[in-house]
Design a protein around this ligand. Structure first.
Ligand code: S3P
Length: 167
């Protein structure tokens, strides 16, 4: 089966939905943040602080290039991966891309003050600016958008409906 790729802003629920979809379809689960942490042997925040964001972005691009060769996986992307246009051809090649979006208010409630995410350190206004700057980039690569502002079950139902239409 073609890969299912979940993109979207931090806190939109990519990791949770990816787990449910992988279980539902019997597919392998891959989380790009986890893959990078495993390969580097250190947390994301440490990679950002020690080597800078551009270094992390290079790791993301190398990884998605490699993952585009795989099949039968549900791939949950780090929030910046699909916001980088350079990665769009690899994402398109990799499979069906679904954008998850829970809206700005929920996003702020879910991620403000989260110390594990280096890009939330600038506070609410900064998060808001980044969210609106990224949305068109996510939409440009996504085959469909799924609302993730309701319950986990509702999000899964929405995603399955959308995927069945796209297959
Ligand atoms: C980032 C999102 C994070 C992680 C890193 C950068 C971003 O992943 O890749 O902190 O640029 O939005 P999540 O979307 O899983 O939080």
């Amino acid at each position: 089966m073609r890969n299912i790729i979940l993109c979207g802003f931090m806190g939109c629920g990519k990791t949770t939905l990816a787990k449910s979809l992988a279980q539902n379809y019997g597919m392998e689960l891959i989380d790009t943040d986890e893959e990078i942490v495993k390969a580097e042997g250190r947390p994301i925040a440490e990679i950002f602080y020690a080597d800078g964001e551009p270094y992390f972005r290079e790791l993301e691009t190398k990884l998605i290039k490699k993952l585009a060769e795989r099949n039968n996986c549900v791939i949950s992307l780090g929030g910046g991966l699909a916001a980088n246009e350079k990665n769009h051809p690899y994402l398109k090649k990799a499979g069906i891309v679904i954008l998850l979006d829970c809206g700005i208010e929920q996003t702020l409630r879910r991620i403000t003050g989260d110390k594990t995410r280096p890009l939330t350190a600038g506070g609410k206004e900064d998060i808001k600016k980044r969210y609106y700057a990224r949305l068109p980039l996510y939409k440009a690569v996504a085959d469909a958008t799924v609302d993730s502002s309701k319950s986990r079950r509702k999000t899964l139902e929405n995603a399955i409906k959308v995927l069945e239409e796209l297959k």
